[in-house]
Ligand binder design. Sequence first.
Ligand SMILES: Nc1ncnc2c1ncn2[C@@H]1O[C@H](COP(=O)(O)OP(=O)(O)OP(=O)(O)O)[C@@H](O)[C@H]1O
Ligand SMILES: [Mg+2]
Length: 581
Amino acid sequence: MSLRKIYHYVFKHKSKLIWGFFFVTISNLFAVIIPRFIGKAIDTISSGNFQMEDVFVQILWIVGLTFASGLFMYFTRKKIIVVSREIEYELRKDFVGKLSKLPFSFFTEYSSGKLMSLATNDISAAREFLGPAIMYTANTITTFVFAFFFMLSLDLNLTLLSIIPLPLITITTYLIGRQIHHNFKDVQEQFSKLTTQAQETFSGIRLVRAFVQEAYEAKRFYEYSEDYRKKYMKLEFFQSLMVPLLIVLIGISQLIVLGYGGLRVINKTMTIGDVTQFFVYINLLIWPVAAIGWVTNLIQRANASIERLWEIFEIQLDESYGEAEKNEPFAFSGGIRFENVWFKYKHELPWVLKGITFEIPPKSSFGIVGGVGSGKSTILKLLTKIYHQTRGEIFIDEIPLDKLEYNLVRSLFAVVPQEPFLFSISIAENVRIGNPDSTDNEVEYYLKLAGFEQDLQTFPEGINTLVGERGVTLSGGQKQRIALARALAAQPKILLLDDPFSSVDSETEKLILNNLFSHYSNTTKIIISNKISSVWFCDKIVLIENGIVSEEGTNEELIKLGGKYFRMFEIQELTKEIEQE
Ligand SMILES: Nc1ncnc2c1ncn2[C@@H]1O[C@H](COP(=O)(O)OP(=O)(O)OP(=O)(O)O)[C@@H](O)[C@H]1O
Ligand SMILES: [Mg+2]
């Protein structure tokens, strides 16, 4: 059973749970005494010869006991349900904590939808087991023991006869409950499909309009909606079946009590009050008995959910630590060396990097050019420990990357990724991700360095402008430059720019490069591009082709070499001339 795995979460709250059990016992003890007084009251009345006070005392007892039972049930919930919410919170916190430590390769295997469902549905299932399941089990056990005891003390035969239909109630709630759950899951999945589709359509509305796909998207939406309706109807069917079926089964129980009990009253071997008591006991037992079926479902569900959650919790992290004294970011000067690095994304895929060797002295600038798919971005992914090289070694300040702690490596670098990601917060807050302490003036300064000054004037709210979901209200080049400002704000030892000027005109590119080289002269800079104009100022440039370094040197050396770099340079100059004409 996977449920064992959450044992230590439960154990932490054991005192509250013990109190919960204690309270539920007391509550049920009060509840099962009530029928005694009902029986007595009825016998008093049916004797025909009674004082009003006699009945009144019984009524007072009934009211008092009901109140006491309710009060203790409230205490029970305060303990057990509260514990389940606390454990849910701890589980979710640990889950998210674990996710944030997992390597990037993990996220290429698990979709965000799946992770969301683990963090919501599965953790809720675990909570339902901890809360309602534990509480109802305790409730069922105590009610059953007490009620059974009182019923037996009244009459053995009637007790045995009247509980015959009870197992059927358990089976019914179990079977229908299972159907309800399956169908509910279907409904939820369909609903998430529906919302994902709607969300994609609206966030990609520009594309939808441009390709005149409105009708197609609408049709898809109607189909999903129709499926959703059908699945919901099925769920409703089972939901509406549950209560009537239970009523029938309860009715059978009551019929038995009434029939057999009635006979005994006629034979004068039982009083009307005794039979009434039985009636009340049977009613007391119904919910706990139904709960057994319900709880069985909850346990099965929680078991499956916990298994899924633990698939993630049990992933081993390879946390490698470097020598302690070197583990401070300021102690690093930012030199990088690749030594015969080979890499493939998966065993069965071809090599992406085939023996890359280069050295970047601290505080120097390094250009990487190459055609599409040649492996440029992959180099950055290895350097930032998103992936691990298959063979060879990477060094930072002559310490193997493997020996350096993950977070330390991250703190050394600031990256402008090829596809910059902006959060749907203001421009300023997006920049502050680089350095949360930046003042407004600093934010503006970094945006200016990133060539965003003129754009900023077109926004009425300046740096406080909200950028819309994933930055939809911005142009590609604007997004790139905000991402650049974010990296600059981090003041890193090493700046990694992956094709940062792909959507920027050559004037702006020149301005930004100027700023970079004058304000970040103490930073090691790696600039990736397939345009020569982005890298030619660099102290050293490598040309990557098909995962190998095919040419390297300074701009002048490479031009003199007359190879591929030179041809790229010629084409660039030619295009410039054509543009100027
Ligand atoms: N996550 C991945 N899984 C499998 N293969 C990948 C993955 N990412 C990239 N690749 C492959 O690795 C090769 C190199 O990709 P990379 O992104 O490094 O190229 P690039 O030089 O940055 O190209 P571009 O100029 O288009 O950005 C490509 O053939 C690509 O298909
Ligand atoms: Mg790339």
